[in-house]
Design a binder for this molecule. Sequence first.
Ligand code: TRP
Length: 454
Amino acid sequence: MQSNTRWNNNLAFLLAATGSAVGLGNIWGFPYKAGENGGGLFVLLYIFFVILLGLPVFMAEVAIGKIGKKDPVSAMINTADKTNSTKNWRVVGYLGILSNLFIGGYYAVIAGLVINYGFISASGFIGKDPTVIYDTEISSFVEMTFWFLLFLALTGFVLARGIEKGIESSMRILMPTLFFLIILMVGYGAYRGDMSAALSYLFSWKAEQFSAATMQAAIGQAFFSLSIGMGTLMAFGYYMPKEQKVPGASSIVVTADTSVALLAGLAIFPLVFAFPFLDPNAGTELVFKTMSTAFAELGAIGQFVGPLFYLLLAVAALSSMISILEPSVLWVQERMPTTRTRATFIVIAICIILCLISVSGFNVLKDFKVGSLENPFEMMKYIADDFLLLLGGTGISAFVGWRLSKIIDMEKLGFKSKLLFSAWIFILRWVSPLFLMVIWVLGNLERIFFIKFF
Ligand code: TRP
């Protein structure tokens, strides 16, 4: 057995899985979606779906990895074999690999923009207009490409070093840094910004904004934020020490992830509300255009707080990006077979091509529409988040619920109560596949064919 086939201790899984879960989804995605979708109602729904569907499917994915093999395709084939199920379940593994690449194909572009903004805010905003900066930055294909390449080079470096030297040791630095930075940002928001306006924006009840789309957004966000649906958690589950308990470890990661999402809202909105002319509903531009305007308004201190904020985002993005590509690297390595370094190169190369397509959506091809998808960047995001991930999540849930549950040793997996175990299986069999499929169908009808029911 290779020396790097298991984590060294229980902490390693917790760090790596939290590093994976806490990412742009929490700090860039959650706050603006909460703002747009009814504030407190969205937040409550989000937490409800995290507990009802997210945690159970998260555990299911980890369980497949722990019982099966490391890359998602072999893990599915292996566990299908063990349960006398058809090998066709490997489709779930292939869907996972595809999702890796498509998510990577837009995630790195946003992360590149984050790094770019780190430098911009460090050089200060005197004599510059932050709103103009944003438009200038995204209009340059070459510049955006430069920044995502830099980010992918960092990702590739960690990935090539392998699970222990690369992932485990980088998480030991990245995770504490992330928690420190976010607490610092919330503290600064409370000191300098308008915390009570932020609290009421995030948590007050805006029932009139509720629609089926809110529910769809809450479920999608819950799954994405927890890194469910494409084999990342299978890979990490595989590396888990044998005695580590899946339900306990999963609950810790899920709690940490949800806390960071809420903290991110409390770091961002107090500063947004400190300046009446800023719009909390800026959507995807919130952390860029809006926040950099806030940093500019803060004057000299902004030149210090701004880079810290973007460093926080970059750290979160890097630890997630590593986990996004890890399953593909494992698969290529196994499939070829080849060295880890070469497998990393191949995966990063494919990711670069997809990122180039995404970047074009900001500038050269920004008017290229398909259905209601505005540009190639939106398409990449749609294929990954709304199409592939939800299918993967459904497959994982159904497979564990209907097949793997037959051979799972409840106590070995870490369940103490029979009742909880049965509830888990029930959710995996009936509840989550149903919810996921309904939002998948509705979402696709709406995005591609403009058919809307609610
Ligand atoms: N959860 C991460 C975020 O919130 C993104 C991510 C990492 C992811 N690995 C994943 C999403 C696997 C889905 C599947 O930014």
